[in-house]
Design a binder for this molecule. Structure first.
Ligand SMILES: Cc1cc2nc3c(=O)[nH]c(=O)nc-3n(C[C@H](O)[C@H](O)[C@H](O)COP(=O)(O)O)c2cc1C
Length: 197
């Protein structure tokens, strides 16, 4: 039975389109019996801590922390690392905020990526990510529509793909979008957006 991790990062609760879309992805994968267990990680209910000098110090120790303080500082990072480690499928949703991912999702990524843990450097300076066989589904909601932005203004999917590929080894990422939410979407049907899933 495959295990999914569902990460949500919109502060708009039940009104959130990105959460609606990622929940629809989870439902479809469950209905197709592609996943059996779903672990929820709500980045609004439990916001990731921002990096500070001490935590960055712990990240770069390259060894198990020996002090109680070090263990305490790494609590959040260790918890989300183990959630990814145990998941076969990761479903991530984010609102578009000022063209980028939500701030809590960025903070979550900063807690996840750790040299020596999610990736390591090879002798020639190249990197190898730790997770090779996981699948990510990315659900993005935006007030506007990509078709009307200038060329080169896509930052969310490209950023998520780059970070996961460079620093975790995960390269299998499928993106789904709800666009134009600022115009109101009374007839929105998530199953239509997810037709090819
Ligand atoms: C602070 C903030 C910044 C936003 N920036 C953008 C933006 O750059 N481009 C855009 O198309 N929509 C933008 N929006 C609109 C949201 O992307 C839109 O409301 C979307 O539905 C949010 O996702 P959610 O429904 O999951 O919360 C912004 C909204 C907020 C609150």
């Amino acid at each position: 039975m495959k295990r999914a991790l569902h990460i949500t990062s919109s502060a708009r609760g039940a009104q959130s389109y990105s959460r609606g879309l990622s929940s629809a992805i989870i439902k479809k994968l469950t209905d197709k019996k592609e996943i059996g267990i779903v672990v929820e990680r709500d980045l609004i209910r439990l916001p990731p801590p921002f990096l500070d000098e001490k935590l960055i110090g712990e990240f770069y120790k390259h060894a198990d922390p020996v002090s109680d303080e070090g263990r305490h500082l790494l609590n959040y990072a260790d918890a989300i690392f183990s959630e990814i480690d145990q998941a076969d499928i990761i479903v991530i949703s984010t609102p578009m905020h000022n063209l980028g991912v939500s701030a809590p999702l960025k903070a979550w990524l900063d807690q996840l990526v750790r040299v020596g843990l999610t990736y390591h450097f090879n002798e020639d300076g190249s990197r190898t990510g730790r997770f090779q066989n996981k699948k990510v589904y990315l659900a993005i909601a935006s007030g506007g529509k990509q078709a009307f932005w200038p060329e080169g203004y896509e930052f969310i999917e490209s950023y998520i793909k780059a970070v996961f590929s460079a620093y975790t080894g995960i390269t299998d990422i499928s993106t789904y979008r709800v666009e134009g939410t600022a115009m109101g979407l009374p007839e929105l049907d998530y199953t239509e957006i997810l037709q090819n899933l």
